[in-house]
Each structure stands twice: as C-alpha cells, then as structure tokens.
Write a protein that binds this ligand. Structure first.
Ligand code: BGC
Ligand code: MG
Length: 551
C-alpha cells in the first residue's frame, strides 16, 4: 500500500475545535440512496442527497464503511482500507463526496475499522499461510490448550468463542466479532504503522475526521488471561442484547487494555496537522464512561468518544439522564462525549423507547441541549420506527444467530425513504433492494415530511438550528442537572448568555420554579412553555428553553 499525496481543497483551514458540540449525521451508505439500480446505496447517491443533508443544518456526516469488503459484516470487515468497494463506486466518487460536502459547508468523517480486518484482507491471507511469513505476527494467533480447546474463555460478541481454529497453522486466531473478522495484533509495531498509514491516506484525501470503530478492542492481553465471570446481578445489556452470554464476563483482558493509549496517541499525532477530529466508539458494559474519560482526557488522545448510555435500554427518565451526566462530570472532567439515540446497530429509539410524537420531539431538543457532540442517524429526522424484517429477508449474521430472541440489526438498516410515489420509496430503481423498504415508512418519506409543516423533520431543523445559534449549547458549560417532578433541569452558559433548559420526561403536568433573573423565551418553534411570574407550567413531554444575557 502506498500513501498517495493529493492536492486537497483546504486541508489546513479547519477550526481545530470544529467538533466540539458538532451535530453529526450518520449515513449507512448501503441504505441511503442507490444511484446504480443494484438495490444498494452508493457514494454517488450520497452526493445527490448532500444538499438535503446540508439543509438539516448539521456540521458533519459520518459515513459507515464503504471500503473494499466481502460484506460479511456489511463493510465492517475490510479487505482493502485504501479503496472503495465497487458496490459503492470508486475513489473518484469519494472525492466527489468530499468536494460536494465541503461546498455545502458539511464536514466528512469516515468510519475506520482498525481493530480487525476481513479474513480476505491480503494481510490475513499471508498471515495464515505459515508461522514465519512477514505477517505471521500481524494477527492474534495462539496454540490450543493440551485438550484442543481454545486458549482462554474470551467470547465473540456475535456468539460463541472468540477463537477460531485454523487447520493450516494448527492454531487458533482471535476474532471479537465474526470468524471472518480476525483481530489485528496491536502488539506488533508494523501493524500500528500500517494502520497509521491508512489514516494518513484518507487525511490526504481531505477527510475532516474519523469515527473509529471499537477503539477499546484494539489491544488484547498479551498473556491471554481468562476474563473473570460477572456475578449475575452485575450483568447488563448495554452493548450486547440480554440473551448474549458475552454480558456474563468482565471484559478486562480481551479489551480496554492500557496499551491502547499508546496507539491512540500516535493516531492523534497523525491527525493533528490536519485539525481532523476523531470520535472513538467505546463499548463496555461496566466501564464505558470511565474509558470515555480516560480516552478523551488531555489533548493527545481522542477528541471525543461515542457513548452507549443513550443507545440502549428502556426509555430514559430524568433521573437516569442526570445520573449519566453526573457520572460523565466525575470521570471525564476534561473529556468530551458524543451522544446518540439511534445508529445502525440498535433498534430505532422511537420504537425502543415507545415514544409518542411529543416525546420524540422533546428528546431531540434535549439532545441538542446536552453538553457534548450529537449524532443523528439517517431516517431519525423522519421519526422512523424500527422496521419489521421477516426472517427470510434477514441479512445481519448477528440476528440470524440469535433469532428470534434478538432479531439483529436489519430493522434499523432498511433503506431511507425519499418519496412515496416512486418504486422503493425513491431509494432505488432495482426490482429487489438489499433489505426491503419498509412499507410502514413510506408515508413518512422526505418529500411528504417536507410538505407537511407538522412533521417531525421541521422540528429536527429547528432543534439543530437552536444549537447552532447558541455557543452556550455547543461549547458552553453545563450546570449540575437536577430532577424535579420527573423533569430534568439544567443551565448552559457561554461567554454572553445563560440558557435555562427544562424538560418534562413524564406524562403529567409539572410546575417548576424558574430561578430569578431576566429570562426571555427563545425560539418558540422549539419551546412553547412561557413562565408566569417565576412559575413554569410544563406539560407532558414539553421542553422549555429560556435565555438571559450575561453582561
Ligand atoms: C460497528 C458494528 C460492527 C462492529 C464490528 C461496531 O461497533 O458499529 O456495526 O459490526 O463494530 O466491526
Ligand atoms: Mg448502488
């Protein structure tokens, strides 16, 4: 692999802090817009839809992997880090994405999956050939125990042992995900160098940042020690469904090893001259926020980490959100979180939390008022529910393995709906799309939503615009949160204003006392409640944002 140097439009002109408080729109490229008629979305499709994305007011897009891949995990199994899979187009199409996005003032983050490759990657093909080839040590190989069983008790998230036997080398190799996703050996310096080169390649091509897949999985314990079992009462299901025994272990040896920090530091140094930003995905049941704090401390590791706290579980209460934010304050004093309610791995949140339309709107406004950056997942702005995908149509191997107790991730990955009148909701002209377009989604297409002034897409635009208009929301301080009658209350402050933010997360009316001060109602499109003589009557699922100038 050679690192090509290209002339890029404006590689050094980025504000180094552009990512703080940014609103990032996540695109799952297979399901965004097909421009070739093969039933699979592609990069040219994204180019076509960039004006729409820009119209939402977001700062950046994060595009899930579009690199060459056998697509066993739909692109999260990469066989060439420096090329585009033909299904998605070619490098010149990616250049068009960058150029068009930048022309619309939108930054581009790409999803680097560095923890593992595909088993088709030439590195692995070579590595598995013998014990003494150049890349013999690039993956995690280990001998069987004397009884032939795997070297330790580590589990794959996608089911079964994390070790797969290779009859050629007569050894096991490690895979935290599918057997076709062998784990790279980060203890091998050449592996780290090769991966830093991947980063350089895309930075030179003009990307503004990276979403880094599973960053706490990079390094494993070189001694291959067994993970301890978790007591039953300590099990939780934040990153894997409850039916997955992966949740029964304390993952202290297979991930989140201290050596990770060395690589993250090197990667940050590579990104620094470009003012590019990284959001690292940290998946850990017990210590997710602690790791977030550790990885985003100071200014030589990750810029931000992507947290799972609002991505799973039951509908959050005000107390839950307060507890999460208090915890962040405690363990990530100078760190930075990136929040999301939905993504390509979890059930869409309106379904997961069984939200009414009002509640959906309130959560969106709340997200825009939280300290941190925010990711919106494609289709969320239309208020889409999780799609029902029949077993025969399933694509996700994770869902196929755990069906029907866990149906996998296809229900949040069905194609975007652009128009109701067109075939496949305007997503594709193919007879059959890779996942069926949900007929339940058709009535919420972009075209119909745009035409209906009462639809949620307009609320997303208002809520995003609110954040963009207030430095206090993007980069300001946040007071400790308080809970009153099930309402979440906090203030955000910037250099010249303070914002009072109150959210009623209940089905009941609440009566709150607004602290003294010359508060003004701002942005009535987002917040309708008006305090009367210091008392704020907040209806069910209603937000209220008030402003006072600091002079
Ligand atoms: C990605 C998943 C993927 C896994 C393995 C994740 O956390 O978001 O979609 O299956 O990493 O790469
Ligand atoms: Mg296509």
């Amino acid at each position: 692999m050679t690192v090509q140097t290209l002339h890029t439009a404006q590689p050094f002109s980025r504000d180094p802090d552009w990512w703080r408080g940014a609103v990032i729109y996540q695109i799952y490229p297979r399901s965004y817009q097909d421009s070739t008629g093969d039933g699979i979305g592609d990069l040219a499709g994204i180019v076509k839809r960039l004006p729409y994305i820009a119209s939402l007011g977001v700062d950046a897009i994060w595009i899930s992997p579009f690199f060459t891949s056998p697509m066993k995990d739909f692109g999260y199994d990469v066989s060439d880090y420096c090329d585009v899979d033909p299904m998605f187009g070619q490098l010149s199409d990616f250049d068009a994405v960058i150029e068009t996005a930048h022309a619309h003032g939108v930054k581009v983050m790409i999803d680097l999956v560095l923890s593992h490759t595909s088993d088709q990657h030439p590195w692995f093909v070579e590595s598995r050939k013998s014990h003494d080839n150049d890349k013999a040590n690039w993956y995690v190989w280990a001998d069987a125990k004397p009884d032939g069983t795997p070297p330790n008790n580590w589990l794959s998230i996608f089911g079964g042992s994390a070790w797969q036997w290779d009859a050629g080398r007569m050894q096991y190799f490690l895979h935290n995900f599918l057997t076709s996703q062998p784990d790279l050996n980060f203890h091998e310096p050449q592996v780290q160098e090769a991966l830093l080169d991947v980063g350089r390649f895309w930075l030179e091509r003009g990307v503004d940042g990276f979403r880094l897949d599973t960053i706490n999985f990079y390094t494993h314990d070189a001694e291959l020690r067994d993970n301890p079992a978790l007591p039953v009462e300590a099990r939780s299901a934040k990153t894997a469904p409850a039916v997955n025994p992966y949740n029964w272990q304390q993952h202290i040896y297979d991930k989140s090893r201290p050596e990770n920090l060395n690589f993250l530091r090197k990667l940050r140094a590579v990104m620094q001259p470009y003012n590019a930003a990284a959001v690292g995905e940290v998946g850990d049941e017990q210590l997710g926020l602690e790791i977030l704090g550790q990885y985003t401390a100071g200014d030589d590791l990750m810029h931000m980490c992507y947290a799972f706290e609002l991505l799973s579980g039951d509908k959050p209460t005000a107390q839950y959100i307060k507890d999460v934010m208090d915890h962040v304050d405690e363990v990530a004093t100078d760190g930075w979180a990136c929040w999301a309610f939905s993504n390509h791995d979890v059930m869409r949140h309106p379904t997961r939390w069984n939200l009414t339309d009002d509640a959906q709107r309130m959560f969106t406004t709340l997200m825009m008022c939280l300290k941190g950056s925010a990711c919106i997942y494609q289709g969320e702005e239309l208020g889409l529910q999780e799609a029902d995908v029949a077993f025969e149509d399933l694509q996700d191997p994770y869902g196929i393995a755990f069906w029907p107790e866990f149906k996998g991730r296809d229900g949040c990955r069905t194609p975007m709906v652009w128009e109701n009148s067109n075939q496949n909701g305007g997503f594709s002209e193919a007879d059959k799309t890779w996942l069926p377009v949900s007929t339940d989604h058709l009535g919420q297409s972009v075209a119909q939503s745009e035409a209906d002034s009462g639809s949620i897409i307009h609320h997303y635009r208002h809520a995003i615009a609110l954040r963009q208009a207030h430095e206090a929301l993007k980069t300001g301080t946040c007071s400790p949160m308080s809970v009153d009658q099930g309402c979440l209350v906090f203030t955000r402050a910037g250099s010249d204003e303070e914002l009072y933010c109150a959210f009623n997360l209940t089905d009941e009316n609440a009566k709150l006392e607004v602290p003294r001060g010359n508060w003004q109602v701002i942005d009535s499109a987002v917040s309708h409640a008006v305090p009367q003589g210091g008392t704020l009557n907040l209806g069910p699922w209603q937000p209220c944002i008030l402003q006072r100038k600091l002079t």
